[in-house]
Design a protein around this ligand. Structure first.
Ligand code: FAD
Length: 445
């Protein structure tokens, strides 16, 4: 019998629980992808995500073909598409990997029920997280809102990762779909071209990034904060699209021969990703609303288009911020330390609502991830879980001196620094800081 294996943000064959389950239960898998961005609620994938996804789908199709199969790509609506594909292939079952975005959780719950009603066996699997969001709770039975106790609880319930290799051969597929190019056309003009000197979407690129990082783990605790250095794993887009399993990443780093403190420093960051998914599942409104309701009364400044555009285009006159925003524009990624600084300038010195920044990142990041992005923005803005308190306002000039001491990062992305072409600062940092603190004290609560 046949089964549809419905690929979403799990674009890999290695350590792929949905695919493994279909095979283990005796089905011949038919790999399918359904393009239905309108089902993603208010967060339809942004332009950088789409650019990545089309390449990642092509890579998945190529590795399926190398094994005798291929990826059948069709347009949504998803339910009708899956039912039609099941009919056309005489499939009796549908397998997939769970996602945790609020709109998708709702859709998938309804879909599972409907598919079962129509006589199909429908089964979802965890292929994206070390632990499921509902696997841990506080003593009172509530979701965690503070990272360290979450980390301890999650590490305690986590099972030792068990990983499966990709199947060597897969049965042939007899039906046709649409081409990936038809579903997700290349952007014109091809603004994404510079991205691909930095990135290789797909499973091979993910594996190469993980292997390259193994030799850097020992330096990670110091290097991870220095944006001029390639000291982090650059796995975030690969993890978002599921091109490498989190279990594979965890096991590889946990077993590598770097000192224990360095391994733990890295694995801890993977638990921030887990924490973000825990929060998104339990507090689905936080994609658009403050987790901390005391901020609902905060006086954000009215949107100033000129200022917001200066921030987006990396022309604020604050060098480290402009460097970050240009790195984002040119590569689809920004260093974590600098993400914190650009977000802090926007939400504190400019007192702009964090959602404006979250939306911009959503459109421009190749690793745009609703869980991690929501956590990151609410954390910096001070409105979220275990957040930096609002009154702790980064001084971007001091931060630059500390984390980019010889200015290598800033000079790489802002070559016109020191010339008359470089803008004067759009905000007076000291005045803006006082105004932000005054607004914070008026917030009450
Ligand atoms: P590494 O340091 O090598 O970390 C390894 C992995 O751990 C990352 O790939 C990521 O999956 C996870 N991770 C690391 N730090 C965090 C964190 N703070 N929160 C959650 N997961 C983390 N990350 C995204 O993947 N997508 C986003 O949309 C996103 N938006 C962010 C927005 C803001 C305002 C901030 C401050 C952070 C955001 N992050 C986001 C988190 C972090 O900046 C990136 O995960 C990291 O820079 C990716 O680079 P890396 O893979 O080299 O990280």
């Amino acid at each position: 019998p046949h089964a549809l294996v419905w690929f979403r943000d799990d674009l890999r064959l290695d350590d792929q629980p949905a695919l493994q389950a279909a095979i283990a239960q005796g089905y011949a898998p038919v790999p399918v992808y359904v393009h239905a961005p309108e089902e993603e609620g208010d967060w339809t994938p942004g332009a950088a995500s789409d650019a990545w996804r089309r390449r990642s789908l092509a890579a998945l199709d190529a590795s399926l073909r190398a094994r005798g199969s291929r990826l059948v790509c069709v347009r949504g609506p998803t339910q009708a598409a899956l039912e039609r594909l099941a009919r056309d292939t005489q499939a009796e079952a549908v397998f997939w990997t769970r996602r945790y975005e609020p709109a998708i959780e709702q859709r998938d719950t309804a879909l599972k029920w409907t598919l079962r009603q129509s006589g199909l066996f429908a089964q979802s699997h965890n292929g994206a997280l070390l632990i499921e969001p509902w696997d841990v709770a506080t003593k009172a039975g509530d979701p965690y809102k503070v990272f360290t106790p979450f980390w301890k609880a999650a590490a305690a319930v986590m099972r030792t990762p068990r990983t499966f290799d990709a199947p060597a051969r897969l049965p042939p597929v007899t039906i046709d779909g649409e081409s990936i190019d038809a579903l997700l056309p290349s952007p014109t003009p091809t603004w994404d071209r510079p991205f691909w000197t930095h990135w290789t979407p797909g499973e091979d690129g993910a594996r190469a990034a993980l292997q390259a990082f193994v030799s850097k783990v020992a330096d990670y605790p110091e290097a991870r904060d220095l944006p001029a250095i390639d000291g982090t794993s650059s796995l975030s887009p690969h993890l978002h699209f599921g091109e490498v399993s989190i279990q594979r990443v965890y096991a590889t780093i946990a077993q590598c021969d770097a000192p224990k403190e360095a391994r733990i420093a890295y694995l801890r960051q993977l638990f921030w990703r887990e924490f973000a998914h825990h929060l998104l599942h339990h507090f689905p409104r936080t994609t658009d609303h403050n987790l901390d309701p005391r901020f609902d009364a905060f006086e954000w400044a009215p949107i100033d288009d000129a200022q917001l555009n200066a921030w987006k285009s990396g022309r604020t006159g604050i060098p480290i911020v402009d460097a970050g925003m240009r790195q984002l524009w040119q590569t689809g990624w920004m260093h974590n330390r600098v993400r914190m600084l650009v977000a802090s300038l926007l939400t504190k010195h400019m007192r702009t609502h964090w959602i404006e920044g979250a939306r911009w990142f959503w459109d421009t990041l190749v690793d745009a991830d609703l869980a991690n992005n929501t956590l990151g923005w609410q954390w910096v803005a001070g409105t979220g879980a275990d957040a930096a308190p609002y009154f702790r306002i980064f001084n971007p000039l001091l931060q630059a001196r500390r984390f980019d001491p010889d200015g290598a990062y800033v000079r790489r992305w802002v070559p016109e620094l020191g010339t008359k072409d470089y803008p004067v600062p759009i905000v007076d940092l000291a005045v803006a800081r006082e105004a932000a603190l005054a607004a914070y004290s008026r917030r009450g609560g």
